[in-house]
Design a protein around this ligand. Sequence first.
Ligand code: SAM
Length: 238
Amino acid sequence: MGRRRAHHPACRTARPITWRPVTELVSPQAEAYAEAHTSGVDGQLAEVASWTQSETAAPQMMSGLAEARLLEALIVASGARHVLEIGTFTGFGALTMAAAVSDGGHVTTLEVDEETAAVARRHIAASEYASRIELIVGNALETIERLPGPFDLVYIDAGKADYPAYYEAVMGKLSERGVIVADNLFRAGLVLDSSVDDAGTQGMREFARRVHEDERVHNVMLTIGDGVMLAWRRPAGG
Ligand SMILES: C[S@@+](CC[C@H](N)C(=O)[O-])C[C@H]1O[C@@H](n2cnc3c(N)ncnc32)[C@H](O)[C@@H]1O
């Protein structure tokens, strides 16, 4: 994953974190205003975010501040205890969610790349919430099959071509009042350009269509960050 240096994040002073918008689909002024009025991160989470920004080749893969606070709000408001994250990267999302689940709750996070997983493991080990997180290395589609669930919140944030398959794989493992959160619905604007048809962009379009047409769920697509989809079972009579 293009790690340039291998400092342990706990040994570094956190540098300022730049929550750059992934797209300019929303006006930069609105993005800046929203960021200025969104709770920032501090402590070990800030260390991990700062480390990811300075030491990885693709820091934009890390969840943004708005996504992180949205995940936290959903977990706190719903009392979610069993969380599944598909796509760990350096551990920022898993650590954010682990801090939000109540005592006895846990986050299972899935990462395909061994080297990336090793970085995330170091960040998780340095966290006071380490005992709440299980990191499983392997292709998420195979791993999910083995996970019993049910999950109160599933965060989909991995291979873009596989989003429709992730969705089908987790639907049957979602708790009755569970919520699916998926990142990168805009794919930095590529989904809106009809001349673009790479596998990842097609996967994201198909995911958006499938969720929206799925009679089992209600959904909302939010224009925060790089586009976030929320989906949950239709309430009885809804
Ligand atoms: C966008 S990053 C995840 C960011 C993370 N959720 C966060 O909050 O910072 C996507 C990660 O998914 C991993 N990934 C891609 N395909 C995968 C797969 N099939 N199974 C598991 N992980 C996968 C990538 O190696 C990468 O680390």
